[in-house]
Design a protein around this ligand. Structure first.
Ligand code: MN
Length: 312
């Protein structure tokens, strides 16, 4: 669960969307393949590159890990971002260049802070066979932390609250005065919502912008029907949102204060300039100690130079 290991467009994403006030905008994901597994890429999209500091969201599966097929992504680099791993079904093993070897199960959080540079792998091989369903997200790090040392956190248990018919797990940030223990570097929130049949009004922070990702079935968001796999962008300056369903619906609500820095994303790097990305990628490709090594049998992942360096 590790991001755009194959750059599908051969281009970089410059992120400077304009925020929109309270409304509901329906966005559909693109299909991609990561580590041999089908994924639905929810962010970035042309119409919506970021939601607060959330700059990348992949929904992995549902699928099945077997002897021959699984979610196996060999060591690859990151800079300038935090990876947020959330499982709905199955199990995965995270390994990184800090020496971490951490299994993750549904309801738990893996949070890796890349800073100046880290590498990691995600695998089911020799570890887990069975259903796999999860979400891999990235948070862009702000200027004041993005050059610092890498770090990793695992949170086996997270705070839960009930509001109306919604059972909510706060995996990062704070929601309705309930805070996750996970490290934060910007003002943002990520929660999982299990909405039982009925209608519930959720309180929101009116200084944040929000997106609601529907992971099964369908839900009415205010007056707009949002289908399975779709993202509802909710805009900003909103005190609440009304969610209505006839079935039990699982969703992620991601929000945060608008990210004020212009971000440049290419492959597994989140930066501000082409030069920074070119240097990081040169250092990954030449096995510079900046990215360390990961103790795994999976082969390391590399890709061609950035398109702006193709002539070199
Ligand atoms: Mn990754």
């Amino acid at each position: 669960m590790s991001g755009p290991v194959t750059p599908s467009e051969g281009e970089a994403w410059e992120c400077h969307d304009s925020p929109k006030k309270t409304h509901v905008e329906r966005l559909s994901p693109r299909r991609a393949v990561v580590g041999g597994f089908d994924v639905a890429r929810v962010l970035p999209q042309r119409a919506r590159r970021m939601i607060g500091p959330w700059c990348f969201v992949d929904v992995m599966g549902p699928g099945v890990a077997t002897d021959s097929v699984g979610l196996n992504v060999g060591p690859h680099p990151h800079i300038g971002l935090q990876t947020v791993t959330w499982l709905i079904d199955g199990a995965l093993l995270h390994r990184d260049s800090l020496g971490t070897e951490q299994p993750i199960q549904p309801g738990q959080l893996n949070l890796m802070t890349a800073g100046h540079g880290v590498s990691h792998s995600e695998e089911t091989m020799n570890f887990y066979h069975g259903p796999i369903f999860g979400v891999q997200m990235w948070l862009a790090q702000p200027e004041h932390t993005r050059h610092t040392a890498p770090a990793f956190e695992h949170h086996a248990s997270l705070p839960r609250i009930t509001i109306g018919t919604a059972d909510i797990t706060v995996f990062v940030g704070e929601f309705h005065n309930v805070a996750s223990p996970a490290r934060t570097e910007t003002q943002h929130v990520g929660v999982e919502i299990i909405l039982a049949p009925g209608s519930t009004i959720l309180p929101l922070n009116n200084t944040y912008e929000y997106g609601l990702l529907v992971l099964n079935d369908a839900v009415r968001v205010d007056d707009t029907e949002i289908g399975h796999g779709e993202l509802a962008y909710l805009g900003t300056q909103r005190d609440e949102v009304t969610l209505t369903s006839n079935t039990t619906v699982r969703m992620l609500l991601l929000g945060g204060e608008r990210f004020s820095e212009d971000v440049l994303m290419w492959w597994n790097y989140v930066a501000r300039s082409r030069d920074e990305i070119s240097l990081a990628h040169y250092e990954w490709s030449t096995k510079n100690p900046r990215f360390g090594t990961v103790a795994t049998d999976l082969p390391r992942v590399d890709t061609r130079k950035p398109p702006w360096d193709a002539h070199l």
